[in-house]
Write a protein that binds this ligand. Sequence first.
Ligand code: PLP
Ligand code: SF4
Length: 446
Amino acid sequence: MTKLPLQQPDVNLSPASQAPPRFQVYTQRNLDQIQQLQCLSEELRFDIRVVAQVLPFRVNQYVIDELIAWEDVPNDPIFRLVFPQREMLDPAHFSQIADLLRANAEQSVLKHAAAEIHRELNPHPAGQTTQNVPRIGNEYLEGAQHKYRETLLFFPSQGQTCHSYCSFCFRWPQFVQNEAFRISSREVATLHEYLQSHTEVTDLLVTGGDPMVMSSARLGEYLRPLTAPAFAHLQTIRIGTKSLTFWPHRFVTDKDADDVLRLFDELVKAGKHLALMAHFEHGREMENDLVHKAVRRIRDTGAIIRTQAPVLRHINDDPVVWASMWQRQVEMGMIPYYMFVERDTGARRYFELPLKRAWEIYQQAIQRVSGLGRTARGPSMSANPGKVELQGVAHVRGERVFVLRFIQARNPEWVQQPFFAKYDPQATWLDQLRPAFGEEKFFFEA
Ligand SMILES: *Cc1c(COP(=O)(O)O)cnc(C)c1O
Ligand code: SF4
């Protein structure tokens, strides 16, 4: 393989960050070792411990040292993004676990109680495990979803974890120790077989967890073969990742950082459109030098970086946060792509916002950025029938309505057809909306 003249990681590394990367990971098991937590009240620490029994929690030293502003804790957005918060659980569930902890209950008892609560948190929204699983003959292609004709969603089994966990993460069932919940794939070969025989698939979306937790060698096993002529129909490869926030070292100082970039370069040279779908919830995640360096190195390969995030109460429910985030992304050469609506699963009770509020945030944020920042789609719900964007609130003949459209749909004919729902200032998800104008059903329910 010819070595590429990769841009050297010439960031101003402070002496501390020149030391080997400290990839110490904390979970509910070693919570006590997080030095900074000792400064928090005992009550707050107990809350964290309780919620962590139910919702997966994981954080690394980089997030603790570089991203969280501890002087602003507990209100710091990055703290809230990764540390469990009391209000994430229903008060009854919270007390149940709290009582067990106070009584020094056995691990097995705690696990059992947590598993019961999991079942009430809608672990599989939008028919993930039943409706979208593709097949080769009679065999299910595990770890994949083929919901939209041209796009295959693939979850490599080795990518079913993350550098740190977001507290809003809807992949939480994959992260809790419950095998039955897990969507994963062991087979590189079946993926390739499926793609080869499905020439309607133009887009492969590799997601997780975070596929960038994989070594470059492993990632290459999945992706490198796709440069062969048999996959000419596959034009686009997307990789969903939050590594630019949680571990930008992945592209700069990691042992195989250069190998990852070479893989990207090969895919681009082979004519693939390679897009990193980077998750950023807050501008604070883009301040570190290392992130800037990582973005430049990725872009030097010819890969595109598009950005997406859910709009979340307590974290980014402010148009100013979004506007400055998008503006910053444009400056850095990234393309704002999606604003998502918090899904109807997991810790939704802490994060969810009325759809109406999500739309106001979007509109006010978009008004503050230039055209190049207006590429982000409005608040979108990844719901069972498809991805539905709330386009706005309108008055039609005296009735106040939500204007909606499918960005993606199970049935390609639904895409881009506007439809209307009764205005509902409290609704937080598609299934709470009713058709406007006295209609019985939405057109896609017929
Ligand atoms: C969002 C999503 C995609 C990608 O949709 P685009 O509109 O192409 O970005 C693909 N599959 C599933 C299941 C999704 O939720
Ligand atoms: S980065 Fe993505 S996969 Fe990782 S915890 Fe956050 S939402 Fe989940």
